[in-house]
Design a protein around this ligand. Structure first.
Ligand SMILES: [Zn+2]
Ligand SMILES: [Zn+2]
Length: 465
């Protein structure tokens, strides 16, 4: 619960994708890494193992070798060993705490999300109000002091100017839409048509712009005072998705526009940004302490002490905001997933989530493509996108299952804004059947969209390689 993991950028884009740190990129590792049995049976429980391939061998019955073995602490000297053991216990405790919190949100949403939505969102709204009030007070104090209230004097004016600078630093930050990589509506009428159709089904207004990037990700955000509505499509992720999974992805992202996600509002979002700024401003500095001069040493220690106390307070407020958003934000993510399932099917939405485990595959393919000889520097080797689709498509079911279970084992490793993937998959498994015909992306339409994306593919392949 630190400021380095804010709940969500205020106005900013929200990835559909948990951080992929949970799944070690192991494709380059030979399957026999952990001293695997030659018998084709699990050394722990004797269950049959799949034939060895390019992925780690593991046992689905007892989860033998699910994760690479931890380095042993037995060989370390006494103090280092105890420190390593303490660190391991702390990690396990934190992971357990996150597991309990996220699973509690899961149970509440699965039962009935409405109570959850109101309680924590209202609290976050009020807390944001308190933050804005402090910013406003600093601004008004600055103006008053500069204007000569309560009594005009130079020190008061200087203080007023300082307060105005501070108020400027704390100003609400509303974000800016990306300018680079924007695909114009005229250049991609079919893609915009599909996105408009998804938005209409969800009851969301149409987007203002679509940006195509090289991220293994997708996001949606509203930016600036005029709330420019921008959808970001990461072409690598788009490439590994099936046609209906692409519709599900659009459903999840545009779902963020109508799922009452309090993190994204102007009000709370701007407060979160202000808190991040306050934390940075009040962080005590250790660099400029001058211990040669006792007077400056005492003065800087005192200043750091005061700053430290303020900083602690700011961190406490930010921590509380984070906790409130954790509940409300994760509930919003589940709602966005359900919208994706309603537009397509639970199976397509689950496939879209599982595809997000292919991020390491992208890295492997990129490394391979970079190693290929190229005719001219700066000209990408042909076939990056085909190679990526092929590599993702050939990941066996047992490896997909392993990645889901790793997500469950390492619950804390997924990002702070989305629930762990195993819980999202579980929630979708319990989703009610769709009550309407799905939005279908047929082969013909998908082909037209592919042609519209051709220019982006060339540009992004050159950027990635
Ligand atoms: Zn999301
Ligand atoms: Zn086993």
């Amino acid at each position: 619960m630190s400021l380095t993991e804010p709940p969500a950028p205020a106005t900013g884009a929200q990835a559909a994708v948990p951080a992929q740190a949970a799944v070690p990129a192991q494709e380059a590792v030979p399957a026999q890494a952990a001293g695997s049995p030659a018998t084709g049976r699990c050394p722990d429980c004797g269950a049959p193992l799949p034939p060895p391939g390019r992925f780690p061998l593991w046992c689905a019955s007892c989860e033998w070798n699910l994760l690479p073995p931890e380095p042993s602490t037995a060989g370390l000297p006494g103090r280092a060993r105890r420190r390593a053991e303490r660190a391991a216990r702390r990690t396990a405790r934190e992971r357990q705490a996150v597991r309990e919190r996220t699973e509690q949100v899961f149970r509440l949403v699965a039962a009935d999300g409405s109570k959850l939505r109101h309680g924590s969102a209202v609290a976050a709204f009020l807390l944001a109000g308190a933050v804005h009030l402090v910013s406003l007070a600093v601004l008004l104090a600055g103006v008053a002091l500069l204007a000569g209230w309560p009594a005009p004097s130079w020190p008061a004016r200087a203080l007023g100017a300082f307060a105005l600078v501070l108020a400027f630093l704390l100003r609400p930050r509303l974000g800016r839409p990306q300018r680079e990589g924007v695909l114009a509506r005229e250049a991609a009428p079919e893609l915009y048509g599909l996105v408009d159709a998804v938005a209409a089904e969800l009851g969301a207004p149409p987007v203002h712009s679509i940006v195509v990037t090289g991220q293994f990700n997708a996001s949606f955000g509203s930016y600036g005072l005029r709330r420019h509505r921008q959808l970001e499509i990461g072409l690598p992720l788009w490439t590994v998705l099936g046609r209906q999974q692409r519709v599900a992805l659009l459903g999840h992202e545009l779902g963020h526009d109508v799922n009452q996600d309090s993190r994204r509002g102007l009000w709370t979002g701007a407060a979160v940004n202000a808190l991040v700024e306050w934390e940075r401003l009040t962080r005590p500095s250790r660099d400029n302490e001058d211990y040669n001069n006792p007077l400056t040493a005492v003065a800087s220690s005192a200043a750091n002490l005061v700053l430290g106390v303020v900083n602690l307070g700011v961190r406490a407020v930010a921590g509380l905001m984070y906790r409130l958003h954790l509940r409300d934000g994760q509930a919003a993510e589940y709602r966005a997933d359900r919208m994706a399932a309603r537009l397509t099917s639970a199976r397509d939405a689950q496939g879209m989530l599982r595809a997000q485990f292919h991020a390491p595959t992208l890295e492997t393919v990129l490394a391979r493509q970079r190693a290929l000889a190229r005719p001219r520097p700066g000209v990408p080797a042909p076939g990056l996108w085909e190679a990526l689709a092929e590599a993702a498509g050939s990941v066996p079911a047992s490896e997909e299952e392993r990645r889901v279970r790793v997500s469950e084992r390492e619950v804390s490793a997924s990002d702070s804004s989305h629930p762990p993937t195993y819980l999202r998959l579980r929630m979708l498994a319990a989703a009610p059947p769709a009550d309407r015909p799905p939005v279908v992306l047929d082969a013909g339409r998908a082909g037209v969209i592919e042609a519209e994306l051709a220019g982006s593919r060339v540009r992004i392949a050159a950027e990635l390689l």
